[in-house]
Ligand binder design. Sequence first.
Ligand SMILES: NC(=O)c1ccc[n+]([C@@H]2O[C@H](COP(=O)([O-])OP(=O)(O)OC[C@H]3O[C@@H](n4cnc5c(N)ncnc54)[C@H](O)[C@@H]3O)[C@@H](O)[C@H]2O)c1
Length: 257
Amino acid sequence: MVLLDQVIVVTGGAGLIGKEIVRRISAAGAISIIADMDPDRSQATMESLVQENPNARIEALKLDITSKESLQNLISTLHQRFGRIDALVNNAYPRNKAYGRPFFEVEYADLCENLSLHLGGYFLASQQFAGYFKTQGRGNILNVSSIYGVVAPKFEVYKGTSMGMPVEYALIKSGLLQLTKYLAKSFKGLNIRVNAISPGGILDKQPEPFLSQYKDLCLNKGMLDPSDLAGTFVFLLSDASRYINGQNLIVDDGFTL
Ligand SMILES: NC(=O)c1ccc[n+]([C@@H]2O[C@H](COP(=O)([O-])OP(=O)(O)OC[C@H]3O[C@@H](n4cnc5c(N)ncnc54)[C@H](O)[C@@H]3O)[C@@H](O)[C@H]2O)c1
């Protein structure tokens, strides 16, 4: 119960990784807020997690991280309901329809839109929550980056598949690591800490040649399950990591070594 009664907002909380974060922080005592663009998926996620653990305290609220109004509405709803917000996990994964095209097919407008939605959205959510945290006198922001914010793409793992590593993703996730340091340092003296977690690839029905090529670059398991990340989220949200600030924890079974 290391997160007992902490009000923790998980953006994209209805997604693959978000659901697992909510599962584990709720088990650690948190009041978890699934803050997601997709209300039906949020509701279904909440219901399945509460069915699994009837003691879990989970709420589903609609949020668009690219809208200041939506962020302000969420913050004010939570303040009215709980009188505090302990942490924000920036985990949403917005992308437009053209996201992930091969490099030479990426249109400039799509690149800009994807950067705005994802990196811009994480900036906006951090800015709005940090404003609240400043008044509150404390806060914690955790940004979900990626191994591809840390190292150059290992294109060889996609050989023989239609998969790739989008240029937008490299820009977004590396930018997010610098944003993490920028924010941590900007908040000197405010008791607001900001860290990042950089997960390796997460299993999600990827094709076989990719799975074994990826595993060859890892140390033991290869692609991870969302549950392999959960302990690191709990740690970075808990008091056990109180003086870890402006850092990035890579959880990737050694892929980036
Ligand atoms: N899946 C992986 O292999 C992997 C690896 C490393 C890092 N990550 C990162 O983890 C995070 C979560 O990824 P995922 O695979 O769980 O994604 P996902 O697509 O399964 O879930 C993302 C969620 O974000 C929500 N969302 C989209 N736009 C939004 C917006 N504007 N406002 C609020 N919510 C919005 C979606 O509705 C969805 O529920 C992302 O930042 C991603 O880059 C993923």
